[in-house]
Design a protein around this ligand. Sequence first.
Ligand code: ADP
Ligand code: MG
Length: 277
Amino acid sequence: MIKLVELTKDFGHLRAVDKLSFHIQKGEIFGLLGPNGAGKTTTVRMLNTLTRPTGGEAQVAGFDVVKSAFKVKQLIGVSPQEVNLERDLTARQNLHIHGLSHRMEGIKKRVDELLNWTNLSERADDIIRNYSGGMQRRLLIARSIMHRPQVLFLDEPTVGLDPQVRRLIWDLIRDLNHKGVTILLTTHYIEEAELLCHRAGILSHGKLIALGSPQELMTSIGRFVVESLDNGVTNYRLFETREEACNFAQTRGENVRIRESNLEDVFIKLTGERIGQ
Ligand SMILES: Nc1ncnc2c1ncn2[C@@H]1O[C@H](COP(=O)(O)OP(=O)(O)O)[C@@H](O)[C@H]1O
Ligand SMILES: [Mg+2]
């Protein structure tokens, strides 16, 4: 459904996206994971036809994002990292305008359906300016699927939201996926990628450094971590089995913790850096 072949973007001397190649299958939730500045938004914007690649190519639903940009635009839904709703209009008006711009039929009914789906019906006629961050995100997602796209891009859909609202948005994303929508989402939340994504790609300095299901990625480095505190510094050791981890932990004295590995461990192992920074 989405294909990238050595997709590259330079901003002057800075290479923001560096020869990225991967495919996303129809029906997948694919996560692009990486710290701030890794190149996630730039990648998504190229796939959304909003930023022109410097090199390589990409296709969405069989259409080239440069040569057939107009066609791609019609087929995709986009929920950008920066909330770009009309702040002086109501939720209902925001959705309505989006429907008009896509020359949709049955706009009124679809707007009601989406307001209901995102739990915004009661506040539908309030202007966006007075909405909380979580409500704005939900509306952004509603707007992105208003025209029933088969491919959806969600750039940091839960950034800065409290855990309860994040869960609500995860439910919406899963629901859309069950209805057949292929989803590319970016995140720097480890948990989000682990819980939601069938496969994840890990980006670092514009390069893809790992690709696979969260399970595969975690298994590849070792499923168990022993953290030990030595002179105020936390050391990590990875093990394939819990038994090996326990045996090692016993040799480390008191300040030890055994836990299952996560995608952040994969990132640290591959780059020596942390995602959260
Ligand atoms: N319009 C731009 N002009 C110059 N540099 C940019 C621009 N957009 C992004 N960058 C740079 O490209 C790199 C990747 O940015 P971005 O794609 O936004 O990363 P992410 O979404 O992973 O945080 C960063 O170093 C960022 O500063
Ligand atoms: Mg970004």
